[in-house]
Design a protein around this ligand. Sequence first.
Ligand SMILES: Nc1nc2c(ncn2[C@@H]2O[C@H](COP(=O)(O)OP(=O)(O)O)[C@@H](O)[C@H]2O)c(=O)[nH]1
Ligand SMILES: *[C@@H]1O[C@H](CO)[C@@H](O)[C@H](O)[C@H]1NC(C)=O
Ligand SMILES: *[C@@H]1O[C@H](CO)[C@@H](O)[C@H](O)[C@H]1NC(C)=O
Ligand SMILES: *[C@@H]1O[C@H](CO)[C@@H](O)[C@H](O)[C@H]1NC(C)=O
Ligand SMILES: [Mg+2]
Length: 403
Amino acid sequence: MAGTQRYLRYIIFALICLILLFFISSSSTVPTANWPGYASENPTDAVPSPQSPAGQNGSEKPATSPNGGAKLPPATASGDRMNATFVTLARNSDLWEIAKSIRNVEDRFNRKFNYDWVFLNDDDFNDEFKKVTTALVSGKTKYGKIPTEHWSFPDFIDQDRAAKVREEMKEKKIIYGDSISYRHMCRYESGFFFRHPLMLDYEWYWRVEPSIELYCDINYDTFKFMADNKKKYSFVLSLYEYVDTIPTLWDATKNFTKTHPQHIVKDNSLKFLSDDDGENYNHCHFWSNFEIGNLDWLRSDAYIDYFNSLDHAGGFFYERWGDAPVHSVAAGLMLKKDEIHFFNDIAYYHVPFTHCPTGEQYRLDHKCHCNPKENFDWNGYSCLSRYFELNNMAKPEGYEKEQ
Ligand SMILES: Nc1nc2c(ncn2[C@@H]2O[C@H](COP(=O)(O)OP(=O)(O)O)[C@@H](O)[C@H]2O)c(=O)[nH]1
Ligand SMILES: *[C@@H]1O[C@H](CO)[C@@H](O)[C@H](O)[C@H]1NC(C)=O
Ligand SMILES: *[C@@H]1O[C@H](CO)[C@@H](O)[C@H](O)[C@H]1NC(C)=O
Ligand SMILES: *[C@@H]1O[C@H](CO)[C@@H](O)[C@H](O)[C@H]1NC(C)=O
Ligand SMILES: [Mg+2]
């Protein structure tokens, strides 16, 4: 009997132990035991801190090994900075799309150079816009309001005629055809952004729009490249303009060249713009949502005279002249052809076109992530071939496969 009782006591004891164990292990509120001896006296046994990935012994292998680490460019480029800034025209509602663009530009280029960024708006920027963009830009940020006289109808414009044109263009379903603000925007980018007080502090600009992408690392100072090589204007994409938006732009241009022949430069790029020695415009233009250029050129008498002449012709409101053909015709006639640069190495997207550099080795070396099949350069609607021919440039190997 005593044997069975002892036997039972063992079983009950074991059961209680099991139940207790179950509660201890399943309850998340039970504090974990602070086991003595867990924290090692020896600091080298501790988890390595991020500051010393290689541990105490300098010859040990680091915890991570960069892919060809020695070839990585330094985080910040050495040397002097140019007198240059990024510039963006935007509305408060563009915040998250411009944030994306900034992040692209910073990651691929500006984190190494820390150039300033000027934001311009016809309205006041709100605090959220300023806070977010300032946090993203590695250089100084500046915010400017556009004066009303640069974003309104000049007094020589017939408002009724302009309103009628908008109606007609709306019916013809011309993109932005009925928009007043788009016209102010095009006129502002054509004639005023470079004269904004905030822009007077700089000699070079790089224009950035919302929703763009950069696809390759840019490891050198593009502004310095422009200066060292005597460039004044640059592009990455070029194409034919929508004819219905500029029916009389070339007529107005010819009027200007007649009255201001002194502004037309000898070794120019007329051949890029015209197939019949200037009689007609072939509608080729550099796509101005990307530009790196010289502000002093835009502020020159030649450019200002051209803009004023176009402004008085009225086409910003009686048609829907874009700043891209305006900048392009000006650069094509008033700059020497070797003052215009094609930035093949700036891989770029603005809806709906992509510039993805031709040549696999280049793309690999610069960590590009664009799909070469999407490259627009050698497409029939692109004007890049013309530019290459005019400048006697050899097309890159493999371009035929991208036509
Ligand atoms: N402040 C301001 N910026 C504008 C306005 N309309 C367009 N923009 C800016 O002007 C640039 C061109 O406009 P976008 O809509 O991208 O034209 P698209 O590229 O021709 O389709 C962008 O940087 C826009 O943020 C406007 O009414 N006010
Ligand atoms: C450090 O690494 C070297 C080379 O692997 C080795 O010979 C040496 O013993 C190590 N020293 C310590 C303290 O671990
Ligand atoms: C930058 O360029 C502007 C415009 O050319 C000029 O007025 C200004 O003095 C320059 N600033 C510096 C620091 O060179
Ligand atoms: C060009 O000049 C002629 C003659 O002054 C004028 O009739 C015509 O309207 C002008 N064209 C444009 C587009 O301004
Ligand atoms: Mg755009």
